[in-house]
Write a protein that binds this ligand. Structure first.
Ligand code: 6PG
Length: 484
């Protein structure tokens, strides 16, 4: 084996350390560096003891210990720190060397970095890495994009360390040029937000509405593990619901109900608005976190109308199954919307993203990994031009089967006063999306009435615009028509 390293990793926080150990397990020689160099020694004498991992104590030292073309992976905080490291690395790199950013970077930053570094002869990859600490250590989902020339050099390493499906396929493949990898990771995180909020809505409805006991709740989620809902997030929810604090009561009940967020869900929502894609469920899940963060305001407002939650009467088992179906159907809508957003970006930026492969990347290793993603992959393999996931036969069948229970659960939640932003927005989206006619005729009339914005007519060809002088006082001059 060559004495030089196959790859250098900068950043020895938990994700960085675990990725390095994973690379080492797969036979790659890794050079580890951290800005606070005492961490390098701690790592070498701790978790990395007895491995082939080498330490570096400066960026110059790191560069000198790497096989060419050098491959340097940044596992540092997204944002300015990435630019700082790139700038600091550049004097030590040569034409053709490769920098890989494995953090949760915002994809416009990745677009910019790929271009700026290309001009300097350096090949840049921005890759999503999902799966938390466990994933990083034993097989994450990896979503690389950027300068495609670099892919052949990093492919063996990234595919080597990635999670594998049951059939042995790596959950890592080239996503597309520029920021495509980070864009897909961003949508992954948005979907993660949606899935988590949906589970929380099911939990609150069953706990506070239907009145399931702690044991019943835990048993319910354990049962759901055996259904189409089978996924990492359902697994951990069952574990969390069963986890007892030192005094024997459930820890989850003692956790303050204010959710944090680091921004990737928000970026997904912002992009949905920018691209004009109705990503209603994910966006509601971001807002649900925002509402949760208003703890003091909520406590005060809870007194305004003496808020209580109504009891949901009826057979518990029937409600549990209805909620399961509502959760599954809502999840289909969330993924359908997420894939619409990926398609829009891909077409806009000429990324040529393969949607079936994207589902495969998420099948194992990442936070949203699930059986369900295998079905999404099948749907896109059968029809790569599929626009709405709900029109695939398998998903259409689930939506049809869930429809009446889904409506019942959402209606009952409104009646009982249980907030259900995501499940409700999902059914509302489906109702709108499947409506051949919406009330936008009236909306267009309103726009034309107050601003002469014009409208098209049902009895005239598309593209012909009309203005009416609604009051007799306005003129007949229409404003220019354009859409953002
Ligand atoms: C992953 C996760 C991860 C994300 C955290 C925190 O794929 O491993 O998505 O990248 O940073 O889940 O996200 P929030 O703090 O925004 O919930």
């Amino acid at each position: 084996m060559s004495q030089k390293g196959d790859i250098g990793v900068i950043g020895l926080a938990v994700m960085g350390q675990n990725l390095i150990l994973n690379m080492n397990d797969h036979g790659f020689k890794v050079v580890a560096y951290n800005r606070t160099t005492s961490k390098v020694d701690e790592f070498l004498q701790g978790a990395a003891q007895g491995t082939n991992i080498i330490g570096a104590y400066s960026l110059e030292d790191l560069a000198s210990k790497l096989e060419k073309p050098r491959k340097v992976m940044l596992m540092v905080r997204a944002g300015e720190v990435v630019d700082q490291f790139i700038d600091a690395l550049l004097p030590h790199l040569e034409e053709g060397d490769i920098i890989i950013d494995g953090g949760n970077s915002n994809y416009p930053d990745t677009n910019r970095r790929v271009e700026a570094l290309r001009e300097k002869g350096i090949r840049f990859i921005g890759t999503g890495v999902s799966g938390g600490e466990e994933g990083a250590r034993h097989g994450p989902s990896v979503m690389p994009g950027g300068n495609e020339e670099a892919w052949q050099f990093v492919k063996p390493i990234l595919q080597g360390i990635a999670a594998k499906t049951e059939q042995g396929e790596p959950c890592c493949d080239w996503v597309g040029k520029d920021g495509a990898g980070h864009f897909v990771k961003m949508v992954h995180n948005g979907i993660e937000y949606g899935d988590m909020q949906l589970i929380c809505e099911a939990y609150q409805f069953l706990k506070e509405g239907v009145g399931l006991s702690d044991d019943e709740l835990e048993a319910t989620f354990n049962e759901w593990r055996k259904t189409e809902l089978d996924s990492y997030l359902i697994d951990i929810t069952a574990d969390i619901l069963g986890y007892k604090d030192t005094d024997g009561t459930r820890l989850v009940d003692k956790i303050l109900d204010t959710a944090g967020q680091k921004g990737t869900g928000k970026w997904t929502g912002i992009n949905a608005l920018d691209f004009g894609i109705p990503l209603t469920l994910i966006t509601e899940s971001v807002f649900a976190r925002c509402v949760s963060a208003f703890k003091d305001q909520r406590v005060a407002a809870s007194q305004l109308f003496h808020k209580t939650i109504g009891k949901v009467e009826g057979d518990k088992k029937v409600w549990i199954e209805a909620v399961r179906k509502a959760l599954l159907a809502s999840k289909i809508i969330s993924y359908a919307q997420g894939f619409m957003l990926i398609r829009e970006a891909s077409e806009n930026f000429n990324w040529n993203i393969n949607y079936g492969n994207t589902a495969l990347l998420w099948r194992e290793g990442c936070i949203i990994r699930s059986r369900f993603l295998g079905n999404i992959r099948d749907a896109y393999e059968a029809n790569p031009d599929l626009i709405f996931l709900g029109s695939d036969a398998y998903f259409k069948g689930i939506l049809e089967n869930a429809m009446s229970d889904w409506r019942k659960v959402v209606a009952k939640s409104v009646e009982a006063g249980i907030p259900m932003p995501c499940m409700a927005s999902a059914i509302t989206f489906l109702d709108g999306y499947t409506s051949a006619r919406l009330p936008a005729n009236l909306l267009q009339a309103q726009r034309d009435y107050f601003g002469a914005h014009t409208y098209e007519r049902t009895d005239k060809p598309r593209g012909e615009f009309f203005h009416t002088n609604w009051t007799g006082r306005g003129g007949n001059t229409a404003s220019t028509t354009y859409d953002v």
